[in-house]
Design a protein around this ligand. Structure first.
Ligand code: ADP
Ligand code: MG
Length: 613
């Protein structure tokens, strides 16, 4: 057989390498920013158009390049940063693989202008899909400007795989944060579609963090400082009471490089143990300085995963350092995390009566499909009503008047009802609550057991989905508008879901800079809970949206239902129990919660009889 192995042409090899280095526009941003920093820039501008799909440009005032270097920089394995393998163990720069520019140039239209101090004129190179289009002399300021257009122009599959501009922008912003937070001595400007979204002057670490995440951060940060032989830990943690459900304010930097480390993250969380609610995450900005030879950053092309020589020691040091800071700054509050009254939205029937939307919900509603909504909704209502009556056939009809004397708990106080602790006493009507978790009722064929939390999730899910798509939400005007502060990124998400929020009853007066003025809320949401609810929504939305294809409406309806549904452990009065039962069986899909969990079960008379046989 003849020889069949060939060396791949450079442009093919570059394209393959690009697949590893460049996953999305944010990867390009990371590489270009890092190059600018390695070049010693003190001022860096990042310019983005259409989530980076149309343009990513980085302008720096760093060292610049000579004509030869400018040309060489696009060659694979061309780097000025290391010259032998030994250098790998003493890295002082972000880059070292010499792959980024070659990879980017293989899959985009790249335009670079650069000049080093040593020359009067600079170099202008245009390169598309690894092919040099032209190279000429140009008058340009000292430093480098690289613009990357039409990313993945020659790999349609990759281009089509990109998410919406907003989602890509979010990834870019993440990368920008990671770089900006560790280089407070560099001035950054970030423009998106022509408007400046970050203007970060040279500052100290603490100020930089608050410039990035909002001035509210200033009072939240607690300094951390520890120097040991293995590692020097510095930076800040956020006070426990500001722990959030959303991930996003957790940063580890090792030798000035952002790293991901689930293991060390665990060390931080462990230090906060007992101070934060179990499903929340403390914010932290921790800078670790280690001997470059004790860390391997070479194990992943994007260099966010690292390996420390002695991870166990690192873990112990980080944990105790943080514990020490928490103690020293006396920031260990007494938290009652059994119960957060702000999150209680009692399922009060009377109150709900006003909200009860007349319109029924079609969970399978597809805005792109032209169907006659109203007629579909009518049939559905009839069907479900019929089905539900059947369940109760043969039993006395429920007289809700009987319960009118029963106090409905005031908002936020689930405990203060007549039923006090002995919930089973409430069995005056046709339902009772079991272990503050289930609603039990007799039906013709036996016993109906409803999971209160899941059932309510289902009810709310369908309600919100309907409101979002049909825009029927009822809003409750706030007497005094509430001003809440958010980070820029949170604000971006809020803007993304703004319309849906309005549809379900939120009203916002202004969304700018770091503050949002809330002027109205859905009837179900109590004023004191608005901040928490919005925080949770942002977190869930952000998490849910990654890599998922379900619609925004569905995502939001899910998040809302999860956050507002009556919880296990909440006491429900008779009226609320009945309303829950009724509403569940008024749902289009009463069987499963929006998270595909069983909402109820029926234990038949036969089942019960078997137990006695
Ligand atoms: P690496 O950063 O791993 O060396 P790159 O492909 O990112 O590889 O860059 C190749 C080389 O191009 C760098 O080593 C550096 O010498 C030069 N270079 C890239 N960007 C800049 C810049 N903004 N300013 C000055 N030199 C740069
Ligand atoms: Mg580089």
């Amino acid at each position: 057989m003849a020889d069949i192995i060939k060396l791949l042409p450079d442009h093919v090899a570059n394209q393959i390498a690009a697949g590893e280095v460049v996953q999305r526009p944010a990867s390009v941003v990371k590489e270009l920013l890092e190059n600018a920093i390695d070049a010693g820039a003190t001022l860096i501008k990042l310019i983005i158009k259409d989530g980076g799909k149309a343009l990513i440009q980085v302008v720096d005032n760093g060292l610049g390049m000579s004509e030869t270097d400018a040309r060489l920089s696009f060659e694979r394995h061309a780097t000025s940063k290391i010259s032998n393998a030994q250098d790998l163990f003493n890295l002082q720069t972000k880059g070292f693989r010499g792959e980024a520019l070659a990879s980017i140039a293989a899959i985009a239209h790249v335009d670079m202008q650069t000049r080093s101090d040593a020359f009067e004129v600079g170099t202008h190179i245009k390169i598309e899909g690894s092919k040099i289009v032209f190279q000429e002399v140009v008058a340009t300021p000292k430093g480098t400007s690289i613009s990357v257009k039409n990313l993945f122009f020659n790999i349609p599959a990759r281009r089509n795989f990109l998410k919406s501009n907003q989602v890509e922008l979010r990834h870019i912003t993440d990368e920008f944060h990671r770089v900006a937070l560790v280089h407070p001595n560099i001035e950054f400007h970030f423009y998106n579609n022509g408007s400046e979204i970050f203007n970060l002057p040279k500052a100290k670490h603490r100020q930089r963090i608050s410039h990035v995440f909002g001035s509210k951060m200033m009072d939240r940060l607690v300094p951390v400082n520890e120097e040991t032989e293995v590692v020097k830990v510095s930076g800040f943690i956020c006070k426990p009471e500001f722990a959030k459900k959303s991930r996003g304010e957790q940063f580890f930097f090792a030798n000035n490089r952002f790293i991901k480390s689930p293991y060390l993250h665990h060390a931080v969380v462990a230090a906060f143990e007992g101070l934060i609610k179990p499903d929340t995450c403390p914010g932290y900005f921790l800078y670790l300085d280690v001997d470059p030879s004790s860390i391997d950053i070479n194990i992943h092309p994007t260099k966010t995963e690292v390996k420390f020589d002695d991870e166990n020691t690192m873990y112990a040091i980080i944990r105790s350092t943080i514990k020490h800071s928490l103690g020293q700054f006396n920031v260990a509050p007494v938290l009652d995390f059994e119960h957060d009254p702000n999150l209680n939205t009692p399922y009060a029937y009377k109150e709900k009566g006003a909200v009860l939307p007349k319109v029924t919900v079609d969970a399978s509603f597809n805005p792109f499909q032209e169907v006659e909504k109203t007629s579909a909704a009518h049939t559905y209502q009839k069907q479900s009503a019929k089905g539900w009556e059947k369940l109760y056939d043969g039993l006395d009809s429920v007289n809700t008047e009987d319960f009118s004397s029963i106090a409905i708990e005031s908002e936020g106080e689930v405990q203060g009802t007549f039923y006090s602790d002995s919930e089973e006493n409430g069995q005056t009507g046709t339902t009772f609550q079991l272990r503050r978790k289930y609603i039990v009722s007799t039906i013709k064929s036996g016993m109906l057991v409803i999971h209160q939390n899941r059932a309510h999730e289902r009810i709310l899910f369908e309600k919100f989905l309907g409101e979002i798509t049909v825009k029927e939400g009822v809003s409750q005007q706030l007497l005094f508008p509430l001003e809440l502060s958010f980070s820029k990124q949170e604000l971006t998400i809020l803007k993304e879901i703004n319309e849906s929020l309005i549809n379900i009853g939120f009203a916002f007066e202004a969304m700018e800079q770091e503050t949002v003025k809330v002027t109205g809320v859905p009837l179900m949401v109590s004023e004191s809970a608005i901040g928490t609810i919005l925080d949770h929504l942002i977190a869930d939305y952000k998490e849910g949206f990654e890599g998922s294809s379900i619609s925004q409406a569905e995502m939001l309806a899910k998040a809302l239902s999860k956050n507002l549904a009556v919880k296990t452990g909440e006491l429900l009065n008779q009226e609320s129990q009945l309303a829950l039962v009724n509403d569940l069986f008024g749902c289009k899909e009463p069987t499963l919660s929006p998270f595909q969990k069983l909402t109820h079960t029926i234990i038949s008379e036969g089942d019960i009889e078997k137990k006695f046989s």
